[in-house]
Design a protein around this ligand. Sequence first.
Ligand code: ADP
Ligand code: ADP
Ligand code: ZN
Length: 214
Amino acid sequence: MKIIMLGAPGAGKGTQAKKIAEKYQIPHISTGDIFRANIKNGTELGKKAKTYMDQGLLVPDELVCDLVVDRVKQEDCKNGYILDGFPRTIPQAESLDEALGQMGESLDYAINVDVPDEHIVNRMSGRRACVGCGATYHIVYAPTKKEGVCDVCGAELILRDDDKPETVQKRLSVYHEQTQPLIDYYKGKGILKDVDGTKDMDVVFQAITDILGA
Ligand code: ADP
Ligand code: ADP
Ligand code: ZN
C-alpha cells in the first residue's frame, strides 16, 4: 500500500501517518523529520535546508526529490510506505510519478487531512517536539504524562522555531500557493480521499482506516 498524506502544516499528517505505519506495518517517511535529522547531524543537506525551513519556505525541489525517490526504492518499502510531507509541489508530485512509473508502480491513496486555517495556529503553538526521538505532542490535545518530558524516551520537549506564529502564517501562505494544488492533481488521478481533520485524532484515524480497509 503506497500512501501520501496531504494537508496544511499542523493538520495532523504526522500524527496519523505514525498510526497508519504501525497498523499496516509499512515505513513512515517524513521529509520534515529527514531534514531535521540532517540539521541535528550538521550535514551539508541540513545546512542548506535550514535556511529555507527557518523562513517558513519550502526547501527547493532538487534537494528533496532524489532523496525521496532513493528512499522508496529501498528494500523495506517493497510492501508499501506512507509519505508524510512529500510531495509538496506539483513538480515533486510529477517526479515521484515518473520514478514510480519507471518501476511499474503507482500510488494507491492520497489522503487529504482537511483543517481550515483558523484551527492551525492553535494546533502549531501547542505542538511540542521531543529533542531526543522526534515524538510529537500537543499541550492540550495530546499531553505528555509529565509536563515537558517525552513519554517515549524521557528527553526534553521544545516548541519548534518554525511553529512560532510569525512563521506559521508564512507556512500557511506557502501551503495555499504551492501545496494545495496537489488536491486537484490527485483528484484528477482518482486517488484523492478527504478526511475531516478537525475531529478528534481517533475519529480521524477511524475515517482513514475505513478508507484503507482492515
Ligand atoms: P509540518 O509537519 O508542519 O507539515 P514538516 O515537518 O513536514 O512540517 O516540514 C517542515 C519544513 O521542512 C517545511 O516547512 C519545509 O521547509 C521543509 N520540507 C519538508 N518537506 C518538504 C518538501 N517535500 N518540500 C520542500 N520542503 C519541505
Ligand atoms: P502535521 O504533521 O500535519 O504538521 P501533526 O501531526 O504534527 O501535524 O499535528 C500538529 C499538532 O496538532 C500536534 O501537536 C498534534 O499533537 C496535534 N493534533 C494532531 N491531530 C489532532 C487532532 N485531530 N485534534 C487535535 N490536535 C491534533
Ligand atoms: Zn522522545
